[in-house]
Design a protein around this ligand. Structure first.
Ligand code: SAJ
Length: 491
């Protein structure tokens, strides 16, 4: 390790402007001679890739997974070296097989294993309910369980996204009460918030290549956790305090959500003005940066408008941020309107707009949406993945139900849905005798759809494109009625 870098709050304050130089130098200083042991709670899209990388870096890793009906099966699969995450995930299946065969990684439901570990990573789901209130049942439950086996010197790290203030005001008191210890090294337990930045389709890549932020309750917790992450992170590891790290995570996703809402609003304007938002986006993003002072004039990076925003992160992280603000902020600033929450409402409304476009196209074909049959393409929230958490497709289906339409759903990666929707595995069967094709998710499998292929399948030749996959000119030339998000009809 190059130089002993101090990283507590005030030092972090001093460090923040330039950030401490990343300590990672390619060697594995943190995998000390006596192999350190790590427990990771929650074998999902965050826990599994983290476990596999840390095990491959030389740690003894034990995963802890609830043996619930919904996900208990993962325990056996993982212990057999089989990857429970579907879709395309480069490196993950191979690395998993390797570390399981080397006995570096195993999974159990028994929390007692925590007592033999040095680090305990928490990667459970932290959803919000339909009133946007955080649901911390899993988080509280695992903190109570961990607390029973905590001992001085062990370090608990929350990786799941939580509302600002949660580490200090919710997690710490539960761990102290359950363990009878005080938070704080060296005499008590260490505690950090170090958020995940995973994205389905590139789980391993994001953990390895993206900078890692560690917010510790004290300098020692932060320093030791940073050293552990440096064994797998190439993107630099930075220290700060838990509140700053919690805000950074929720803001990072709220930023993306606002950018997407911006693109969606521009798309709505373009539709009404008879232009193509993707041409507008091309010109806007083409604005060169100011070479003399790149930072002074950041380039524009208009995001993609579309059929909606899904996933475990963007639909809730703004609400986590606002929850933390409302619950823990001392003096509040009263300001006229919230861009953050307005963006959320607009992105949540886009599936309704998709139904409006469908309604419009059906009336152009002198058809009613009521009792029409609609082929809905894509159930996953993101292309080429099997992840359907908070998918915008469900909001669209609810809108169809409200308007009395019937539907068939197709997705190449999903067989059973948690919400009880039937998935038709055969694309032609899903399209057969439908009055419209509505594209919600941009899976590669749909790139081969042509007017010729649809001519003998669809009952009514209508395309509603929610992801700019199809060429309107090609389909309208073939006699299809075409509508797309951001695709205005030439006035
Ligand atoms: N989407 C758009 N337009 C865009 C980008 C995305 O409509 O320009 C939609 C997608 O179709 C999808 C949703 O937004 O329905 C979310 O897509 P995503 O690409 O943001 O995927 P996530 O939610 O898995 O990943 C985000 C990422 N956050 C940021 O980039 C700031 C990822 O880095 C985070 O790790 C992840 O959230 C997380 O776990 O927090």
């Amino acid at each position: 390790m190059k130089s002993k870098t101090k990283v507590n709050g005030d030092v972090a304050k001093r460090l923040r402007p330039g950030f401490a130089k990343p300590l990672f130098d390619g060697s594995n200083p943190s995998v000390a001679s006596t192999t350190k042991k790590i427990a990771i709670i929650g074998m999902g899209y965050v826990g599994i890739p983290a476990a596999v990388l840390l095990a491959d870096a030389g740690y003894d890793v034990v995963g802890i997974q609830r043996s619930s009906k919904r996900s208990g099966w993962k325990i056996d699969w993982l212990n057999e070296g089989r990857c429970p995450i579907g879709g395309k995930e480069p490196e993950l299946p191979e690395l998993l097989k390797k570390v399981v065969s080397e006995n570096k990684f195993q999974v159990t439901e028994d929390f007692a294993v925590v007592k033999d570990t040095d680090f305990i990573l928490i990667d459970v789901q932290t959803p919000t309910d339909n009133k946007h209130v955080p649901q911390y049942e899993s988080l509280k439950e695992v903190c109570h369980q961990i607390g029973k086996f905590l001992a001085p010197g062990k370090i608990v790290i929350i990786e799941s996204t939580v509302a600002p203030g949660t580490t200090e005001h919710l997690v710490k008191p539960i761990l102290e009460e359950a363990s009878g210890l005080k938070a704080g090294l060296p005499n008590g337990f260490g505690l950090c918030f170090s958020y995940e930045r995973v994205m389905v389709g590139r789980l391993i890549h994001n953990i390895r290549e993206y900078p890692k932020i560690v917010g510790g309750i004290d300098e020692e917790s932060t320093r030791l956790a940073m050293a552990m992450y440096q064994s797998i992170v190439r993107g630099g590891v930075y220290g700060t305090d838990p509140m700053t790290a919690e805000i950074s995570k929720t803001v990072e996703n709220a930023y993306r959500d606002v950018q997407i809402a911006f693109a969606n609003e521009v798309a709505l304007l373009c539709e009404s003005l008879g232009t193509d938002v993707y041409e507008v986006r091309k010109f806007v993003n083409g604005l060169p940066n100011d070479p003399s002072s790149p930072a002074a004039n950041p380039i524009r990076n208009m995001h993609f408008p579309g059929a909606g925003v899904g996933g475990h992160c963007l639909p809730k992280d703004t609400w986590l941020l606002m929850h933390g603000y409302n619950k823990y902020a001392s003096a509040k600033n009263h300001y006229p309107s919230s861009i953050l929450t307005d963006a959320r409402y607009l992105n949540e409304w886009m599936p309704v707009h998709m139904a409006d476009l469908l309604d419009e196209a059906l009336s152009e074909a002198n058809k009613e949406i009521k009792n029409s049959m609609i082929a809905v393409l894509g159930y996953a929230f993101l292309e080429n993945s099997d992840d359907s958490r908070n998918t915008p497709t469900v909001l669209f289906l609810k809108e169809l139900e409200k308007r009395g339409a019937k539907y068939k759903i197709h997705d190449p990666y999903i067989r059973d849905t948690e919400d009880g929707y039937q998935i038709e595995p055969n694309l032609d069967t899903a399209l057969k005798d439908c009055d419209a094709l509505v594209l919600i998710t941009k899976h590669d499998a749909y790139k081969s759809i042509t007017p010729e292929r649809l001519r003998n399948l669809l009952r009514t030749k209508i395309i509603i494109d929610g992801r700019n996959l199809f060429d309107p000119a090609m389909f309208t030339a073939a006699g299809f009625i075409f509508r797309g998000v951001g695709k205005g009809k030439k006035l």
